[in-house]
Ligand binder design. Sequence first.
Ligand code: ADP
Ligand code: MG
Length: 476
Amino acid sequence: MAYKAVIGLEFHCEMKSHTKVFSRAINGFSKKPNQLVSPLDMGFPGTLPVLNKECVKKAIEIAMILNCKIPEYMEFDRKNYFYPDLPKGYQITQFFNPVGVNGSVKIEVNGKEKEVLIHDIHLEEDAASLDHLYDTSNIDYNRSGVPLLELVTEPCLNSAEEAFEFLEHMKRIYQYTGISDCDTKKGQIRADVNVSIMDENDTELGTKVETKNVNSFDSIRKTIEYEIERQSKLKSEGRYDEVVQETRRWDDESGTTIHMRSKADAIDYKYFTEPNIPRYKISKELLDDIRKNIPELAHERKEKYITEYGMSEYDAKVLVKDKKVSDFFEECVSLGSDPKSTCNWITTKILAEINKKEDTTIEDIFIKPYMISELISLIDSKKITNNQGKEVFAKMLEEELTPGEIVKKYNMEVIEDENLINDLVNEVINENNQAVTDYKNGRTNMLDYLVGQVMKKSKGKANPVEAKEKLLETIK
Ligand code: ADP
Ligand code: MG
């Protein structure tokens, strides 16, 4: 029997900013440990945190986009616990008065709209990281104090797919606002995944099981699927009492979740207001300034592509999925290229090229927006044919030359000299008497054959439409 699944996510995302959230160390990615550190990040006594306004603004921006209630003051709290990656013995976070509460966001799952309720969103600092080696562990403070946004949903998601789509939606919001790259490879995202199951008409939620620190969208999806199956099996066997409130972890190798600790071991964090950061008034001016500068988001661009550019829903979705691709498209259009032709080149040719190699983005390939615009205008002005355009595209990648350079190098420009085309047409007619007779006797497809012959003679440089017209004129 199938049960109803209930899922709530705690989604952590490392923010981009110039410096860390409470210190002046650079917030960046370094392969070398302990390069981006200040005494505060190492928990030295006597150091004091200074709140980073850039992070505050970005956190408020996300709270606004998620339709949250924003408090009057920015305030922080201490979450006290011991762990080697937390040298001061507490994390500065927001507990009593987070930057956003009671929000909601609409997402699309399988063509249907779903509203996801946001319990809260809060700004906090990341901990350092530990590298566990064979017989020792190293500590790296680069991550200590990196700004983190934690988004907590209500238990309102009902499948792995809904959770996945929600995370994809959030990732696009973070990327379009420039708040985070959400780069899994750099460990920029992780989620605590809470799953329970219940009978369809139960009024109370089932026992929730938390899987901590799952660090890719794919693993989050698998965690949910696994937990639903594990809990459902126990319930259907009458062993639901074995589903207990506990914390588990995802093990990628076995594709299962594994018990870490039970609720009885739950830590009491003894939260209290962080005394070293004075509360910070969120003024109306600040709010207005932030609201005014919210950029166009993925779903807004998608709407624009459909209504203003007449694009299909599918194409629009493909274009906005990755902000870099959408930016590439926007730049071509701003250079005057026709949106539909641009979309075509991107979705059929460029994305295919990017997908050939792993870890390749639209920024890594040689072709730039101005080149696609140039290519389109060469075709639109009939300097080259559509087919030649495809050839030019391939050669651009192979030889790293611009469309103009390729056309010149291979002498590809369409023959515009009418006499020359007339000559070619006459030659083809004289050399293909049988085909001409057949055509006149009703075998209309022979015309395409004759056009093909003209194209061949011109080495692809004749305009096929023109060749067809001339053939028709001459034959009749
Ligand atoms: P805790 O007190 O254990 O931290 P919370 O009620 O604060 O639990 O919720 C933490 C997360 O767990 C939230 O994302 C919430 O949506 C989710 N959650 C709460 N109850 C359930 C449940 N019965 N099933 C699934 N997720 C749940
Ligand atoms: Mg947290």
